[in-house]
Design a protein around this ligand. Structure first.
Ligand SMILES: CC(C)(COP(=O)(O)OP(=O)(O)OC[C@H]1O[C@@H](n2cnc3c(N)ncnc32)[C@H](O)[C@@H]1OP(=O)(O)O)[C@@H](O)C(=O)NCCC(=O)NCCS
Length: 152
């Protein structure tokens, strides 16, 4: 499959805010119906944010890494899905977590997206639960076994 050359940038909330908000509001609020007040929390300023841009500089995807090693708010604009943007965002934040010394990366996956994370070695654990009206499952990736015991 031919893919365009998207760029992935890791940035802080001041740098990411405007573009991340636009992408997240389009995907979570408008597309998935998550209430606006649930989409925004106090965590963003403490997170590292990954942003995906087209070669023309349009932001088309975002995700964040919390200080405790959780990945969240993974969103790719609908018209840009299936082109490896999500894969690049996830891999960038997993690498970031490894650089920060985390042994495990965790996330709460929407059930419909669990197969996406499974492709990158994440395993589900625990029962399904509902968050923002959407069924989720907790997933984790062991970074030690994912790189044959490397401590990064
Ligand atoms: C989930 C999401 C981030 C995936 O992004 P994407 O850019 O479409 O994913 P990619 O193109 O990088 O896909 C990588 C691989 O995962 C697969 N994949 C993508 N979405 C999938 C899904 N929901 N379930 C199973 N596999 C999936 C792709 O087919 C691809 O497989 P391949 O390498 O064999 O071709 C995107 O669909 C999205 O933003 N969805 C709406 C918001 C959302 O659900 N976020 C997740 C919240 S937990």
């Amino acid at each position: 499959m031919l893919t365009a050359s998207f760029s992935i940038r890791i940035c802080n909330w001041d740098e990411a805010r405007a573009e991340a908000r636009r992408v997240r509001e389009l995907v979570f609020v408008h597309e998935q119906g998550v209430p606006l007040e649930l989409e925004w929390d106090e965590q963003d300023p403490h997170c590292e944010h990954a942003l995906a841009h087209t070669p023309e500089g349009l932001a088309i995807g975002t995700a964040r890494l919390l200080p405790d090693g959780h990945i969240g708010r993974m969103a790719v604009l609908r018209e840009w899905r299936g082109k490896d943007v999500g894969a690049l965002l996830l891999q960038a934040l997993v690498e970031q977590a490894r650089d920060r010394g985390h042994a495990t990366v965790r996330l709460n996956a929407q059930i419909q997206a669990a197969g996406f994370y499974r492709r990158f070695g994440f395993e589900a654990a625990g029962p399904e639960f509902v968050e923002a009206g959407i069924p989720h499952v907790a997933m984790h990736l062991d970074l030690m076994s994912a790189r044959g015991g490397s401590t990064g």
